[in-house]
Design a protein. Structure first.
Length: 530
């Protein structure tokens, strides 16, 4: 006869072993990720991954009860009290920011072209009708854009972006190429663009941010110390009202995650780095970890407006610093290295803006060699900024930052169909005849004010006219617009922008992060925030 089992099924050995295994697993996860019952944050987050909810989701949760009550009252009044709608009418579905939403697709190039053609047809249809009813003045017509956004500078209301890196190729053409441009030149100081390094260094096998700092980032920094006496790490700042906000927004969306030593590394590293708040916390975390590294050599790392050092030293020449981007703050560290007696410095970056500033600074600083370790992968190479500065000459060196900003950068639209190479050749052609354009660039780089722009507007207009037509004899853009459209059959996008009756430029069109005056102290030059 089979013996009756009187124990509860959870008292069996198999169940007890499984239960103990689950308890150990839960304890291990809490040890790695943190105890969720000790979480005192007011943020709405996922307890295991520390992913923070999107602000739109949080706002929805705050308003969802009120929204539901309003919809309930509306339903009762319309269908039961006043009976303006039948009770069988469907209720409109809510489109709330709670569940995942498909990304907004950008218009393709073909769609932009179709829209541009439609706008042109509409514009000239109105022009034809107006010409039938009153005397048309083509000179007056081409002196105005006649559209909401200038086609030469705007792509359906958005900034036109060119290929900034083309300018690097133009500068490389000034000097004799090295036999092995990927070979590291001997330097005394290495200055790193911290954001670029973090983008390049994937987490790999690191599971938490603490492991990323100790197993990935710190070993890279110490490897740079093997052949140098000093390493500087410079981070970007992220201001909510920044001119760069639009540029960063174009990089896409990611997941907001709190950066803590025990927090797990996100699976998509690049998506994590698209969120400004993530980078602010990550940069501060890495800065404090590296500052505590025991080393006989000097590591200087920025932490917001301050700097941290592994060796005691006076940092009054470096901090506090209100520069927003690492681009200009890197040059502040180059200047400090020169003052400390170093004569060979290298900058590690992937940003064309830094190359332009390095060439401009090399002609002003008392430095023997200033190298830029540029790009990644098979395109990686060392650029001799000091040789480029000599080949370019002192005047064009001073005007180079303004030329770069004027012909298109992250915050200034480029001219439609006119890239850096075309602009570079136009500048060279202007220099062969007169130095008026170079003088204008140098002056505006040093003193970017409205009155200065007005003083040199004629030179700027002539440069833009030649940018669109190298053989043109026109001096002003308004006349050139009419000539190119009526006699050269150019489209409305392929003619220059107009000159405003009052002023053509504002300070926001001349980014001060790219404008360094010849007598400016780099430490005191702060960007304009608008």
């Amino acid at each position: 006869m089979k013996k009756t089992e009187l124990k509860h099924h959870e008292q069996t050995k198999h169940t007890q072993v499984a239960f103990a295994r689950d308890v150990r697993a839960l304890t291990r996860v809490m040890g790695e990720m943190g105890n969720p019952f000790c979480e005192h944050s007011k943020d709405l987050l996922v307890l295991d991954s520390r992913d923070l909810a999107d602000p739109a989701v949080i706002n929805t949760l705050h308003q969802i009860e009120k929204l539901g009550q309003e919809q309930y009252d509306t339903y009762v009044n319309e269908r039961l009290v006043h009976q303006t709608k039948p009770i069988t009418d469907p209720i409109k579905r809510n489109n709330l920011h709670i569940f995942s939403r498909p990304p907004v697709r950008e218009k393709s190039r073909t769609q932009f072209q179709v829209l541009s053609l439609k706008n042109d047809c509409s514009l000239f249809s109105r022009l034809f009708i107006a010409s039938q009813t009153r005397d048309g003045d083509l000179n007056e017509f081409f002196a105005h854009e006649n559209q909401a956004c200038p086609p030469a500078l705007s792509q359906m209301g958005k900034i036109r972006l060119g290929t900034k890196s083309d300018l690097v190729g133009c500068l490389e053409g000034l000097i004799t190429p090295r036999e092995n441009d990927a070979a590291s030149p001997p330097v005394e100081v290495m200055i790193l663009d911290g954001a670029a390094i973090v983008n390049m260094l994937a987490p790999g096998n690191a599971k938490t941010f603490s492991e990323y700092a100790s197993l990935v980032f710190l070993p890279y920094i110490t490897s740079q110390l093997q052949h140098t006496s000093r390493v500087d790490i410079v981070w970007d700042e992220y201001f909510p009202d920044s001119l760069k906000a639009h540029t960063r927004k174009r990089r896409g969306k990611g997941t907001r995650r709190r950066v803590e030593p025990s927090s797990s590394i996100p699976g998509n590293w690049q998506a994590f780095l698209r969120i400004d708040e993530n980078k602010v916390e990550l940069f501060a975390f890495l800065a404090t970890r590296i500052a505590t590294t025991e080393t006989e050599k000097q590591i200087i790392i920025t932490n917001h407006q301050e700097v941290l050092c592994t060796q005691p030293r006076d940092v009054v020449s470096l901090a506090p610093c209100s520069h927003e981007e690492a681009d200009t703050r890197i040059l502040l560290h180059v200047q400090d290295a020169v003052r400390q007696g170093y004569t060979k410095v290298s900058i590690r970056t992937v940003d064309t803006d830094v190359v332009i500033l390095a060439v401009a600074a090399a002609g002003r600083l008392d430095i023997d060699e200033l190298w830029v370790a540029f790009a990644t992968g098979k395109n990686f190479r060392y650029l001799a900024a000091h040789e480029m500065a000599v080949a370019l000459g002192p005047n064009k060196c001073r005007g180079l930052p303004f030329f770069h900003a004027f012909t298109g950068c992250d915050t200034v639209s480029c001219f439609s169909g006119r890239g850096k190479k075309t602009a570079w050749e136009t500048w060279k052609a202007c220099d062969e005849v007169t130095d008026e354009v170079t003088t204008a660039f140098c002056t505006l780089a040093a003193t970017p004010t409205i009155s200065t722009v007005d003083d040199y507007m004629d030179s700027l207009e002539r440069f833009v006219v030649l940018l669109y037509d190298r053989t043109s004899s026109q001096e002003h853009v308004n006349e050139a617009r009419k000539h190119l459209f009526t006699q050269r059959s150019r489209s409305i996008e392929a003619i220059p922008p107009t000159r405003s009756p009052q002023t053509t430029h504002q300070e926001s069109c001349l980014p001060s992060r790219l404008l360094l005056g010849p007598d400016d102290d780099l430490h005191t030059r702060a960007p304009i925030a608008k």
